[in-house]
Ligand binder design. Structure first.
Ligand code: MN
Length: 202
């Protein structure tokens, strides 16, 4: 069974960049619905429900066909949001240092260039989806996915992801996805992003 993880900070902790109401609805309604629907999608397959969601997403062909689309959407939603909450924190943001800071500068030329690439990936995603920093065959890369598709299903390890579904910004920023993305950098928890990177390099 999949479970909704606890938010590692208060619902208003990311103010003023992400408002309390958005965080509350996003975590308790949207993410909860992905958890519930992922459990429902696999309810006939208790052996699959024992596995971690990320492992299942790495090989969607192992999901019986009749449950695959529902699991891809809702299991993906569960995994994506579980990462999203942890790569954000209050009093965070800034320029990353350490191994992840070095790797970003080396791969993208500068931190600003990297921010621009993620922002563009998020802005160009038509409709709903995510912009990602992933590890692809040992190298950092920026990509985006539609809906709740996980980079894991394409053989890539997500290191950082930003939700560009309207539900993640509409109450505060309305249609201005660019404004949301600009402000979002103020809540990135680079310590956790670095952990994700270091673990994925192993
Ligand atoms: Mn979302």
């Amino acid at each position: 069974m999949f479970e909704l993880p606890k938010l590692p900070y208060a619902y208003d902790a990311l103010e003023p960049y992400i408002d309390e109401q958005t965080m509350t609805v996003h975590h308790t309604k949207h993410h909860q619905a992905y958890v519930d629907n992922a459990n429902k999608a696999l309810e006939k397959y208790p052996e699959l429900l024992k596995k971690p969601v990320w492992e299942l997403l790495m090989d969607l062909n192992k999901i019986p066909e009749e449950a695959r689309a529902a699991f891809r959407n809702h299991g993906g939603g569960h995994a994506n949001h579980s990462m999203f909450w942890y790569i954000m924190a209050p009093k965070a943001g800034g320029v990353p240092s350490g191994k992840i800071g070095d790797a970003i500068t080396k791969t993208f030329g500068s931190f600003d260039k990297f921010k621009e690439e993620i922002t563009n990936a998020g802005l160009k995603r038509f409709g709903s989806g995510w912009a990602w920093l992933v590890l692809d065959k040992g190298k950092l890369a920026v990509m985006s996915t539609a809906n709740q598709d996980s980079p894991l299903s394409e053989g890539k390890m997500p290191i950082l992801g930003v939700d560009v579904w309207e539900h993640s910004y509409y109450l505060k920023y309305q249609q201005q996805r660019g404004e949301y993305l600009k402000n979002w950098w103020n809540v990135v928890n680079w310590k956790v992003v670095e952990d994700n990177y270091v673990k994925s390099m192993k």
